[in-house]
Design a protein around this ligand. Structure first.
Ligand code: ADP
Length: 511
């Protein structure tokens, strides 16, 4: 019997020793015990190393001494113990304070210690110093934020000069005195400029998508309108690559609750890939159909195809399949990432399929169909089938003389009566002189910016309802909201598509 007692004692002694060894050798973790009131009862060498107090000087003190004064004010130490007592444990990442007053970011857990009867006997806190990790994460977030800001600024700066270039090219192409060579050169400038516009837009979009900054402006639209418009905008690239593009649409209207600009962007991305990754003289099919509760749009090509192992990866940002012909077509490897994110924001998906290298590719976009939209179809259809050609009095306020003049000439080609001012202060006097039916206002006007002008116009008797269109390089939701608040009826992002502007003018100018 006495031998048994000796053995149990020895075991007990060795358990204590094991516990002691464990506590003292775990140097990467601060481990300490608290009594039920939060007073420190034991303190390991890891805690001494991490927090700077020796066991002898801290045992008996309340553990709030390692909290920041801000956390103490918010009763965080008590809250932490309360959470642990109620839920068994409490996990936290927070700033703590060392003996010398310096701070460390810690990741830790407080566990409630209960005896066999369930009585709370105290707490164990285990924590680790993860300051370096936090600093690295913050530096990464900061550099990513700076990169996004840089991309947004770069996009804006690149867009501004593209507007007048595209307007000027548009005019040369339609100049009856231009010879064939000049027209060809103009078409080439237009194609190349549109490529730059696409790259800039993709860059901006990817940075907005990663920051969750894209918001859809959904409306009830016919799929046919978006498909046709995407096919039209991609036509020059198809012609350049000598491809045959076949578009097949169902006889019935498919209605969607979607953002027409973003949906068109999804389709033009897929069409542009089909054109670029197909050897000249290939075939591209764009088909739309209704399948149950979904609208299906397929883009198929006879191009270079995609190897099976690459299919799941091509939607990832910056992923490009190694290739020879395609590199010359220049891309950033983000078009599909943007297209997929936009499709998902519409509640849809995009899938890629290919029978292998050299066997062509097929991309299928699935979007939720809107059966109930059929009831509103007469109005929606009427809106879509707007008639062109009404002459309006339009005022353009734009400080960039080239941009203003090219835009004015362009609108005159559509049959409008146009006047121009180059400063914000000139807007109201000019409105009084020519009583415009629509005003196009550049936001970045010097001295009195577009927002201020819009607010002044809205306060001016007789001009409360004149449609105002904002023109700017910034197209984020916050910018659109700001222009709405200033009293604008529409917000156009440069470079401005002339046909879109014409549609908008007719729509706003009719009331
Ligand atoms: P980018 O075209 O700018 O490289 P994307 O994100 O649009 O970037 O496409 C990613 C990659 O997927 C492309 O680099 C290409 O390798 C492949 N890909 C996309 N579309 C096709 C296609 N229609 N045929 C063959 N490969 C394609």
């Amino acid at each position: 019997m006495s031998e048994q007692i000796t053995q149990v004692r020895a075991l007990h002694a060795s358990e204590k020793e094991q516990y002691h060894l464990l506590m003292e050798n775990v140097k990467d973790y601060a481990i300490f015990l608290l009594d039920p009131g939060g007073r420190i009862a034991s303190w390991n060498s890891g805690a001494e190393r991490i927090l700077g107090y020796r066991e002898a000087e801290i045992v008996g003190q309340h553990f709030s001494c390692i909290f920041t004064s801000a956390d103490i004010e918010k009763s965080e130490p008590a809250q932490e113990l309360k959470r642990a007592a109620e839920g068994g444990r409490s996990d936290d990442e927070r700033w703590h304070v060392r003996k010398d007053g310096s701070r460390l970011w810690s990741s830790g857990v407080v566990t409630a210690l209960r005896d066999d009867a369930g009585k709370l006997r105290g707490f164990a806190k285990i924590m680790r110093d993860v300051t370096e990790r936090k600093q690295t994460m913050e530096e990464l977030a900061e550099s990513s934020r700076r990169k996004d800001e840089f991309l947004a600024m770069l996009g804006h700066e690149l867009r501004n000069p593209l507007s007048p270039i595209l307007n000027a090219v548009f005019l040369i192409e339609r100049d009856p005195h231009a010879n064939a060579g000049q027209r060809q050169a103009a078409q080439m400038i237009e194609r190349q400029t549109r490529k730059i516009v696409r790259l800039v837009d993709d860059l901006l979009d990817i940075s907005r998508i990663t920051r969750g900054k894209i918001q859809l402006r959904k409306e009830c639209i016919r799929l046919r309108t978006v498909v046709n418009s995407a096919a039209e905008s991609i036509r020059p690239l198809m012609d350049e690559r000598k491809h045959t593009l076949s578009v097949t649409l169902p006889p019935e209207s498919i209605w969607l609750d979607a953002d027409p600009t973003r949906l068109e962007q999804v389709l033009t991305n897929l069409l542009s890939n089909a054109a670029r990754y197909t050897e000249p003289g290939g075939r591209v099919w764009l088909t739309a159909e209704q399948a149950g509760t979904q609208a299906l749009v397929r883009v198929r090509d006879t191009g270079i195809g995609i190897a099976a192992e690459m299919l799941p990866r091509i939607f990832e940002p910056f992923v490009q399949v190694e290739r020879s012909i395609a590199r010359t077509q220049g891309g950033l490897g983000i078009g599909l990432t943007v297209a997929q994110s936009l499709a998902q924001m519409h509640g849809g998906t995009i899938e890629a399929a290919s029978a292998g290298i050299g066997k062509g590719s097929e991309f299928t976009v699935r979007l939720p169909f809107m059966p109930e939209a059929a009831s509103s179809s007469p109005e929606a259809a009427a809106a879509m089938e707007r008639r062109k050609g009404r002459s309006l009095r339009v005022l353009i306020a734009e400080d960039n003389v080239d941009a203003a003049e090219t835009l004015a000439t362009l609108l005159r080609l559509y049959g409008h009566e146009v006047s121009v001012v180059h400063s914000g202060t000139g807007v109201i006097p000019q409105m009084q002189a020519c009583s415009p039916e629509v005003v196009l206002l550049d936001i970045g006007l010097p001295s009195l910016d577009g927002y201020e002008v819009a607010r002044l116009v809205r306060r001016q008797q007789g001009f409360e309802n004149v449609p105002l269109i904002a023109m700017t390089g910034y197209g984020q939701e916050a910018d659109r909201q700001q222009s709405r608040q200033a009293g604008f009826d529409a917000h156009l992002v440069k470079p401005i598509d002339p046909d879109r502007l014409q549609d908008l003018l007719l729509r706003l100018g009719k009331s």
